[in-house]
Design a protein around this ligand. Structure first.
Ligand code: FES
Length: 160
């Protein structure tokens, strides 16, 4: 029996099937299919992984292994805005943990999770490559450097 998610995403599954049919006779297309699927659904819940397994005859365990190995894939729905707070060394020594705690508190969400209203996903990241601006946070494409805890509420307001 099909569950609610599958029933509500019929056109997305049709689009994914069309893509899989166009590439499934080629070798080594698992990553491509998963990237396409994530592009269509925004994330890769178990229903999507099962569908890919059924359509490609790749065992579900193998697909699950790839999805959970690569950080580019997510099994959870992401919020409209993605916040990445750097916990790399330079940012960490300049207090990024305190900022991360403040974000979690303001948004009432755990790190790695999405707020109930689906507006934000809060993530801790490795070095973002701009240590001179430590501590650094990225919201979608916007970079915020030399952060202070007191600046967080105003920054969040821009996205609410
Ligand atoms: S350690 Fe944070 S940007 Fe490099």
């Amino acid at each position: 029996m099909q569950n609610e998610f599958v029933l509500s995403k019929k056109s997305e599954f049709a689009e994914l099937k069309e893509y899989i049919d166009s590439v499934k006779n080629s070798q080594g297309v698992t990553m491509q299919i998963l990237q396409k699927a994530q592009g269509i659904f925004g994330y890769l819940p178990i229903e999507v992984q099962q569908f890919i397994s059924d359509e490609t005859n790749i065992p579900l365990a193998d697909i699950y292994g790839v999805v959970t190995f690569y950080t580019q894939f997510s099994t959870e729905e992401k919020g409209k805005h993605r916040i990445g707070l750097c916990l790399g060394t330079a940012c960490y020594v300049k207090g990024s943990q305190e900022i991360l705690d403040k974000l979690a508190d303001e948004l009432d969400v755990k790190v790695g999770k999405t707020t109930k209203d689906k507006l934000f996903t809060l993530e801790a990241t490795r070095c973002l490559g701009c240590c001179g601006l430590a501590p650094v946070m990225v919201v979608d494409e916007d970079v915020y450097g030399r952060l202070e805890v007191t600046k967080i509420p105003n920054i969040l307001k821009k996205y609410q």
